[in-house]
Design a protein around this ligand. Structure first.
Ligand code: KG4
Ligand code: ZN
Length: 362
């Protein structure tokens, strides 16, 4: 079936058209078009997302993004079998633009519509890599119980999946999300927004052992996280050493203060995320580990987690999404839509689709 995915939960206006077939256990996806219009340039000067500006920009961009998606996919609206749209969690003013666009299309063209949980979308991004290869690769099978680490700008969660669609949040952040910590620390260092990729780039030429930063809650018995103390530790370090934010027009020399700070911070975040994921993997005897959300694009996190799984959980299969598909996109919402369609084969009531800020997986 042909599915239109719409995602506007935060600051990316995203639409995608995918072709989906197969059963829940063995789904096959082909991305026909995946268009993301980023609002980074707009929010950059504020160092974070401004909700009212984000909503206004979604309204401006959603039709051109949709138009480009259909042109790229060489499809007409009549070809669509299902509309899949993010209903939460996210910023309510942003969600409304995608939801209302989807509702209207569903109403006018009499197409079924499903409201999708954004986090479930990040989980389904793990199944979308085939598009980048000439020959479809056989999926690594998702065996249960599975563990998902969601790390994005708004979420840091460890989710235990007993089966498809059965999610239990076993740990989450008590304050800042991992991506938020990257963004706020980048801002303190004078780097651009979003901070994650900026810190990761700078960290590549830094020494991760240069500064001793805390690993908050790494030893706690639960699976919760906390990142605000780490961010504050960086702030105190900058104040104590009287370091000013980095000037953007200089090219830092390897192993100097800014690259070293970036690398030490990145290492601290990765250590905590990997340690808790491995510990949860061991105690719940999981057979698959998946990751999702923007921070899952981080190379250090991917490599460290991969090697720790291979060493400490040799029977566990890791399943990571393409780095490009870890950040918000419409294809992941369309893929999650396919799964929900197979499960319930019933359209949501378009008139009842409302953004709910508290919407959770469980
Ligand atoms: O999933 P996402 O696109 O949006 C939300 O649902 O929040 O995640 C965005 C977050 C931002 O905080 C950004 O700094 C972070 O993902 N991010 C990264 C990297 N790429 C994006 N963090 C660390 N390393 C990266 N390479
Ligand atoms: Zn996201």
């Amino acid at each position: 079936m042909i599915i239109l995915g719409i995602e506007t939960s935060c600051d990316d206006t995203a639409c995608a058209i995918i072709q989906a077939s197969g059963q829940i256990k063995n789904p096959k996806f082909k991305i026909l078009a995946n268009v993301v219009s980023s609002q980074i340039k707009i929010h950059e000067k504020f160092g974070g997302i401004v909700p009212s500006l984000a909503a206004r920009t979604h309204w401006k961009n959603i039709i051109p993004v949709m138009d480009q998606t259909f042109k790229k996919a060489k499809k007409k609206f009549q070809d669509i079998n299902l509309i899949s749209v993010t209903k939460g969690p996210g910023l309510p003013p942003s969600l409304v633009s995608g939801l209302n666009t989807g509702r209207l299309l569903s109403f006018i063209f009499k197409k079924p519509i499903l409201g999708i949980n954004h986090l479930e979308g990040h989980i389904w991004a793990n199944f979308l890599y085939e598009v980048y290869e000439a020959k479809p690769r056989k999926h690594k099978e998702l065996k249960f119980p599975a563990l998902v680490l969601i790390v994005s700008g708004g979420h840091t969660e460890l989710i235990l999946m007993k089966n498809h669609g059965q999610y239990k949040i076993i740990g989450q952040t008590r304050d800042d999300a991992a991506g938020e910590a990257f963004d706020k620390t980048a801002r303190m260092l004078g780097l651009g927004f979003p901070g994650g990729p900026e810190i990761a780039k700078l960290a590549k030429i830094g020494d991760p052992t240069a500064f001793e930063l805390p690993r908050p809650m790494i030893k706690s018995k639960n699976y919760d996280f906390s990142f605000s103390g780490l961010k504050t530790a960086v702030l105190y370090l900058l104040q104590n050493l009287k370091i000013k934010p980095m000037s953007r027009d200089i090219n830092p020399t390897p192993h100097t203060i800014y690259p070293n700070l970036a690398a030490s911070f990145e290492q601290a975040v990765v250590d905590v995320l990997v340690s808790k994921t491995i510990r949860a993997g061991l105690s719940f005897k999981v057979k698959t580990i998946l990751i999702g959300g923007g921070v899952a694009a981080n190379q250090k996190l991917r490599e460290t987690l991969k090697s720790k799984i291979e060493k400490e959980l040799p029977k566990t299969v890791w399943l990571f999404p393409e780095p490009k598909l870890t950040t918000d996109n419409g294809a992941m919402i369309a893929a999650a839509g396919y799964f929900n369609w197979l499960k319930k084969k019933k359209s949501d009531d378009v008139l009842k689709l409302e953004p709910d800020a508290n919407l959770r997986l469980e």
